[in-house]
Design a protein around this ligand. Structure first.
Ligand code: SF4
Ligand code: SF4
Length: 426
């Protein structure tokens, strides 16, 4: 094992290989608060990449209902349980300390400690059974049973009010995280998995793979999948031809375009980017990049299960109404702060939120032109205190890789009144 620094855990950790970081990293922010589970993203991905024989039950992008659902079924409960049991055996705690450093073991460290049972395993994981992959959103819209008081007729009697709902569910949008320390790559005995130097996209070399399924077993997010027809493994490829600007129809000037799942999102919940990285694996300070602002500066978007240790690169704005303890387990200790910052957004954040799905070119830089104050309201924060929310009708401009303006929009959505006589009037 080598030592690598994981900024999401705020400490170094053990990983089978030396850290190797791309110049730019594929990353995205998903705003859970806005998702309507329409599955347009899911179908955009499926109709592009997984419509062949052997891929019938393969959903590289899926949107599942939490806390009940999961694809494969109960994937997160199962890996959390394995990790918890390993901590119990090792007499350790799976906790974050006061400085927000993770004190527990990652899936790599737990496997190393427990090596006596399985000398070959580099990553703590499990192989789902075939039947667990059959439903991409089992238990859609089901909230946890017995979480709230019900009357004889089964109707919820507890009041539903913010900041937390007693009975809740939310949608979790999932793709491969193109992790900085991929568990799939660490586990592959054929060294068939690699992370690209230019954009950090994690790919499986289809020529080298022999279908041992070690990646399927190791990926804690279960985003490496086995194709029973070809007998090799496959996974999300981050639509790399679009990322490379290779599709002449949609990007004649060759600039990177967002993936199919991102650019088709009806709820406008996704913003994709390519963020600059230093040679030590930390993000280069770049406050003009909207992703840098949300993830590193404002810390309003958080990684999914950072305690696994893979340093995932898809980040989530947590849902405002779900219990904080559940969200903290899922997104780490920054949840309350992230929710409060989303509830009463800064001027910059409010402007950046308008860039979500405003167009499909990858935005490398944004700029704000200040406008007048248009709204004021008192909002309730996580601890019940009140804060004043001020909204300004600022204009936000996004620039593509070549520094060319690709989007210009305002905080207040423009309204257009259709003229009495228009081009298709009868
Ligand atoms: S397209 Fe967007 S809104 Fe619809 S399910 Fe996917 S992430 Fe959610
Ligand atoms: S999410 Fe899973 S498949 Fe994707 S890079 Fe991370 S470990 Fe590999």
């Amino acid at each position: 094992m080598k030592k690598v620094y994981n900024w999401q855990l705020k400490r170094s950790m053990d990983y089978p290989y030396e850290g190797k970081y791309p110049e730019k990293q594929f990353a995205a922010v998903f705003n859970i608060n806005r998702c309507i589970a329409c599955q347009t993203c899911t179908m955009a991905c499926k109709s592009t990449w997984t419509f062949s024989k052997g891929q019938e039950l393969m959903w590289w992008n899926n949107v599942e209902t939490k806390p009940y659902g999961g694809y494969p079924q109960n994937w997160d409960i199962k890996i959390l349980k394995l990790l918890k049991n390993a901590h119990t055996r090792q007499e350790k705690n799976m906790t974050w300390n006061n400085e927000d450093t993770y004190d527990g073991m990652t899936i790599f460290e737990a496997a190393e400690k427990e090596k006596t049972n399985n000398g070959q395993s580099r990553v703590l994981g499990y192989l789902p059974e075939d039947k667990e992959w059959t439903k991409p959103n089992i238990g859609e819209d089901v909230s946890p049973p017995n979480a709230t008081k019900k009357d004889k007729m089964g109707y919820i009697t507890d009041p539903i009010q913010l900041p937390e709902h007693k009975s809740f569910f939310f949608y979790l949008q999932r793709i491969c995280n193109h992790c900085s320390y991929p568990a799939c790559l660490a586990a592959c005995p054929r060294k068939a998995i690699y992370k690209r130097d230019d954009d950090g996209v994690v790919l499986i070399d289809q020529e080298r793979c022999r279908g041992y399924r070690k990646c399927v077993e190791a990926c804690p997010y279960k985003k490496a999948m086995y194709n029973g027809q070809t007998k090799i493994s496959e996974k999300c490829i981050a639509c790399y031809p679009r990322l490379e600007g290779q599709d002449n129809h949609i990007t004649p000037d060759g600039v990177p375009i967002e993936t199919r799942c991102m650019s088709s999102c009806v709820g406008k919940i996704r913003l994709q980017g390519l963020v600059k990285m230093n040679s030590d694996g930390l993000w280069t300070t770049d406050e003009e990049n909207p992703l840098y602002w949300m993830i590193q500066k404002e810390k309003v978007a958080l990684p999914l299960y950072p305690q696994f240790g893979t340093e995932p690169n898809i980040f989530y704005i947590p849902p405002r109404w779900a219990p904080r303890a559940y969200l903290t387990q899922m997104f780490g200790p920054g949840v309350e702060q992230a929710i409060d910052r989303y509830t009463a957004p800064s001027r910059e954040l409010m402007a950046i939120l308008q860039l979500f799905r405003a167009q499909r070119e990858v935005i490398f830089k944004y700029q704000i032109i200040k406008g007048p104050k248009v709204f004021e309201k008192e909002v309730t924060l996580s601890d019940g205190t009140k804060k004043s929310l001020n909204i300004y009708n600022d204009t936000v401009i996004g620039y593509n890789e070549k520094g060319k303006e690709c989007v210009r929009t305002t905080v207040e959505e423009p309204m257009y009144e259709r003229p009495k006589f228009h081009f298709n009037s009868i």
